[in-house]
Design a protein around this ligand. Sequence first.
Ligand SMILES: *[C@@H]1O[C@H](CO)[C@@H](O)[C@H](O)[C@H]1NC(C)=O
Ligand SMILES: *[C@@H]1O[C@H](CO)[C@@H](O)[C@H](O)[C@H]1NC(C)=O
Length: 529
Amino acid sequence: MGDKGFSAHFSIVCFFSIFVTMHLVLGDLSYSFLEEMERGSVIGNVAKDLGVDLRTLSSRRARVDIEGTRKRYCDININTGDLFISERIDREGLCGKKASCVVKIDLVFENPLELHRVSLLVQDVNDNSPKFRENLMKMEIRESSEKGSRFSIGVAHDADIGQNDIQRYILQTNEHFILAVENKVVALVLENKLDREKQKEINLLLTALDGGSPQKSGSVVIHVTVLDANDNAPVFTQAVYKASVPENSPPETLVITVSATDADEGVNGEVTYLFGHISGEDASLFSIDAKTGKITIAGEIDFEETTSFEMSVGAKDGLGLIAYTKVLINIEDKNDNVPQIFLKSLSNPIPENVATDTEVGIINVQDRDSEKNGQVRCSIQENIPFKLVSSIKNYYSLITTGQLDREQVSYYNITITATDEGSPPLSSSKTLQLSVADINDNPPVFEEQSYSAYVSENNKPGSTLCSVSARDKDWRQNGTVIYSLLPGEVNGASLSSYLSINGDTGAINALRSFDYEHPFLKENYEQQL
Ligand SMILES: *[C@@H]1O[C@H](CO)[C@@H](O)[C@H](O)[C@H]1NC(C)=O
Ligand SMILES: *[C@@H]1O[C@H](CO)[C@@H](O)[C@H](O)[C@H]1NC(C)=O
């Protein structure tokens, strides 16, 4: 105890010394005094209180008697009769929390032998501070705790009693807690809800105060760890994710990685990814890695089927709070479709006398790809009397560019080639056979300019005299030659009475027996078309 403490103590001694009272109950004495008084402090005068002459104290060998090894505490000054403190008296050591602390000593006189019981009432002095069991109290409180929740904390102890014992607690002003003390139970009461994501740890200073004078106090720091509650849903880094991927990309091609974070801890903050609403077909085209959020290709992506996908992707934390984001996947066209050629109409065969610039066919080309990949140019080979003229989009007319002659070229293999403008370009071709129909535009031509035959007279009627032959370059009927004799007269008789011709074979037969002596016979014939 310092000087200040001592002077305070001293004043208490003075104050109490007025009240140090003497009790004489059946010859017994009682003194009340403060603990921890200095050695030699007088607490009473037994000579006076017992009404004994001072001089007899010495002769009667007055003394404080103790039993065994017990402490003596007090002694008597036989010259003055004063009872004084001979040893430190610590009330807490003697009596603990007992409300009254009485130490009994015996005062012995001899000759004649006399025993006086003296009760020493040791009064408490506020010489102990309130003490908490530890300097730091650790608590864990879940952030989901409701307002008004109570959390009991350990109380402080003060060895002193009565007013000198703990009278109240003070909690340092803070945002979240107030203090409730009831029936010696101290509790923190939640006033404002906690939020671990804002403040993970809170230190509170709790002070216990006693009622002594001077007042003593003891403090403890309450370290509150705010435990996580799954109060945060995952949050995606973007509200919409946009990606672009070429069609026909092989499986496992990475499209995009989505990412969400969850402010909670542990399981509460563990995010797994999944597809939200997605149509059954789309679901088989893409897959998502639950852990990494990587969206990859799982099926065949065909731009010509679908040019873009919109899907919802969810992020779920360990306890099922879920957040969604939108993923837009744009599919890029690849030149993967060969142009197709369709023959829409064709005049086949076409007559060989068809006029130049006549449309003989209509061709349509189609390419399922887009933009340049779907732009198609069409051509046919050169050196044929045809050309392609582009009419409306993707339609071409096949037009004649010159005179046809079936007898020269009876059909054309026209190869149409369609090529798109992709890179690399794709092309396809189609060959159509266009026949040229006959027109009867060629007269029959005899193999010889003239035919001569010599016949012996007296020939048999019906014998063949000779054969003529003509050819016609036209087709079938138009090229079939029928022979006939032109009408004529020989010596007044018709020619047909002398000769006949086989229309099919051109064989000329005699109809009668000729007589040399008859005038010269001249054969004549004519073809018939
Ligand atoms: C036309 O095509 C046919 C088969 O398609 C072929 O047999 C014929 O030789 C071709 N003709 C010409 C003149 O190329
Ligand atoms: C013969 O020519 C005519 C026109 O001169 C034509 O109409 C006819 O179809 C042709 N016959 C054959 C078998 O080609």
